[in-house]
Design a protein around this ligand. Structure first.
Ligand code: HPA
Length: 252
């Protein structure tokens, strides 16, 4: 394996099973003490630098959000030499600036998930870490992502609060109304424990959220039903600028 460090690891969400522009990817199937990853890690090059890509739900979307082995995924990327992780998360929009097809780089997070293994500090003898999570996303990486989007000419909303729900079902209108009162702008099912585990490993971690739909009751048509077709069509449309952002991030 090349000893050249991995300049960036990208974790793809719903609708994002390959990273466009990843040249000559090699497939790695790391084994971790936490079990199996969602799928292979593909390591290739973008802008001449080594980039790793992992599809969070598996390449055929076979792993639901609550069953993703977040610890295996992140510890494998870490062991492969990644120090920066860009998480792509498909989300619903709650507040006005976060409508379908918007790309956003949130700066806050509320965790509503339950029953997920959410720490590496579990095994007897492991050091107990109380990692600082005041800024759940690494500020320097967020700045780099925002600058890269500006360079690439891709609109990216700066900031916002990501509410992580358990899924796999979507939320009720009352749940979304409560999340709005809590201060959430976006809702997704995979933001946690990923961000917390990344912090425990000392990885730089930022989220690029792709708004696929209005969350329940949040859009202009209150009783609108959310369909997977709508979600996937919006993700495809909203991510057309993504390769340029990733390239600018690596060139910067
Ligand atoms: N809620 C939760 N997760 C999501 C949504 C949503 O409306 N859309 C895409 N991921």
């Amino acid at each position: 394996m090349s000893m050249e460090p991995i300049a960036l690891a990208v974790i793809g969400g719903t609708g994002l099973y390959r990273l466009a522009g990843l040249q000559d990817p090699e497939e790695h199937q790391p084994v971790t003490r936490y079990g199996a990853l969602s799928g292979p890690v593909r390591i290739g090059r973008i802008a001449g630098r080594r980039v790793a890509f992992l599809a969070r739900h598996g390449e055929g979307h076979s792993v639901p959000p609550h069953l993703v082995n977040y610890r295996a995924n992140l510890s494998a990327l870490h062991a492969l030499g990644a120090s920066r992780v860009l998480a792509l998360n498909t989300v619903g929009g709650i507040t006005q600036a976060y409508g379908p097809r918007v790309l956003a780089c949130p700066d806050q997070l509320i965790d509503y998930t339950w029953g997920r293994i959410s720490t590496f500090c579990e095994e007897p003898g492991t050091e107990v870490l109380h990692v600082d999570m005041g800024d759940p996303y690494t500020p320097s990486l967020r700045r780099d992502v925002l600058a890269a989007a500006a360079t690439a000419g891709v609109a990216l909303v700066d900031g916002g609060c990501y509410g992580a729900t358990q899924g796999p079902r979507l939320e009720t209108r009352a749940e979304i109304a409560r999340m709005r009162r809590d201060g959430c702008d976006l809702v997704g099912m995979t933001g946690m424990p990923e961000a917390g585990l990344a912090r425990e490993l000392g990885l730089d971690y930022a989220c690029l959220a792709i708004v696929a739909n209005w969350a329940a009751g949040a859009g202009p048509q209150v009783d609108e039903v959310i369909t997977l077709d709508e979600v996937l069509a919006n993700v495809a449309a909203a991510t057309s600028g993504l390769p340029a952002v990733v390239e600018a991030l690596l060139a910067g």
